[in-house]
Design a protein around this ligand. Structure first.
Ligand code: ARG
Length: 406
């Protein structure tokens, strides 16, 4: 009896070949699992394609709502942006797919899981580490890394020889992974970090020559750090992200071009488009500025960095993340209010913010009549703040030049 293996199946050429390769070369009974996280796949066709490629069973699932609520929202609340820029779309999607692989494997009594990552990127780490954390007894194989080395032409021939229909689309010049939190684009001409990404790399966002001439405003409502609607309208997480991707995309918002430090040690040129994630991070940060006390706000930036790094490095199921989530959730208890965002020619800027928990006190901040700030207290405050430097200047000299007697 062949052992059962669950393959994360995207419907693309690589994983279609992998279905057959795992059966023929590694003697597995292959079951496929396709997860929709918002890249708009035709789920029914994908299932049929897996079966035609030789899968014993093909399961397809819509996990978009779960993805936004349980993966994107925690990252948003944490302020998690890798290298201060990348909202982590791909990195957040992988652990959810890994979790479903593990659950399906247990249901089917499979002893192995498989995924289509190469041996060069972060995704292999994320899948393998997530599976190790959730089901240490399961074994993982990544065909593209672990022996199935074929060129695109060889892959097409491999399927044709076996009578498996191949939809040969024109080869994409890029390697793309997309979900609701963003679209990751790499390879091809993007590998030259000196060259501007060509317009055809972008699918969700308009170039500046095609954006509306008039700006538009969005009023985003947050409750405890979570966006809950626009203006008067409450919206489901899925609808909200979907809507922001659409309008943000029209305005050309959320293009990111960066040189990224991959976990496997190399620098890589990465291009992203993430309109909703970009808008929501800008708005969320603006609200935090208003309601977080100064020390808490400063510390939160450290937590954000730690959180982003952990997600990027595939440690989503680490207890460290649970601990960070506990801190983040606590930090969000006053992050309730409304942020007005202006979309204008590729930018999303804060136009206004308000909250019932705002720590901004007009009477303390004003330079006009009604000022309640204690100006006299400033003198004593400055005297003590400056005391260590004054002492050092007197004893050790100014600017490193000694004034003390030899
Ligand atoms: N560099 C990004 C990350 O590590 C995106 C990876 C995208 N994967 C892909 N197959 N194009 O999260």
């Amino acid at each position: 009896m062949p052992e059962k293996i669950i393959l994360a199946y995207s419907g693309g050429l690589d994983t279609s070949v992998a279905v057959r390769w795992l059966a023929e070369e590694r003697d597995f009974e292959v079951l496929t699992l396709t997860i929709d996280l918002g890249s708009q796949p035709d789920l029914e066709t994908i299932g049929q394609r897996a079966l035609r490629a030789g899968a014993a069973k093909a399961k397809v699932e819509d996990q978009r709502g779960i993805f936004v609520e349980r993966y994107c929202w925690p990252a948003l609340k944490a302020g998690a942006l890798y290298q201060g820029q990348y909202p982590l779309a791909t990195a957040l999607g992988r652990p959810l797919i890994a979790r479903r692989l593990v659950e399906f494997a247990r249901l089917e009594g499979a002893t192995w899981v498989a995924h289509g990552s190469t041996g060069k990127g972060n995704d292999q780490v994320r899948f393998d580490v997530a599976v190790a954390a959730l089901a240490p007894e399961l074994r993982v194989i990544a065909p593209l890394r672990d022996g199935m080395s074929m060129t695109r032409e060889q892959e097409i021939a491999y399927l044709e020889e076996r009578g498996i229909p191949v939809q040969v689309k024109a080869a994409s010049p890029y390697s793309v992974d997309a979900n609701l939190w963003g679209r990751s684009i790499e390879a091809g001409v993007l590998e030259d970090p000196a060259a501007e990404p060509p317009e055809d790399a972008f699918l969700w966002t308009s170039g500046l020559d095609r954006v509306p001439a008039q700006p538009c405003y969005l009023e985003i409502n947050f409750e405890k750090g979570v966006p809950v609607g626009l203006g008067e309208k409450r919206m489901s997480p899925l609808d909200l992200v979907h809507h922001l991707n659409t309008v943000g995309g029209e305005y050309g918002v959320g293009r990111i071009d960066m040189v990224e430090d991959r976990f496997v040690g190399i620098k890589s040129r990465e291009v992203y488009e993430a309109p909703a994630a970009t808008i929501l991070h800008v708005a969320h940060r603006a609200l935090e500025e208003l309601v977080l006390e100064a020390e808490a706000a400063r510390f939160k930036t450290l937590v954000a960095q730690e959180y982003a790094r952990l997600v990027y490095q595939g440690k989503w199921f680490a207890s460290h993340r649970q601990d960070l989530d506990a801190y983040v959730d606590s930090s969000q208890r006053f992050v309730t209010g409304t942020v007005r965002i202006k979309l204008d020619r590729g930018t999303a800027r804060v136009a206004g913010r308000s909250s019932p928990f705002s720590l901004y006190r007009p009477r303390l901040a004003t330079y006009s009549a009604g000022d309640e700030f204690d100006h006299q207290a400033a003198t004593g405050f400055i005297k003590l703040v400056g005391l260590p430097l004054r002492t050092q200047a007197v004893v050790q000299g100014i600017d490193g030049k000694s004034t003390t007697p030899d």
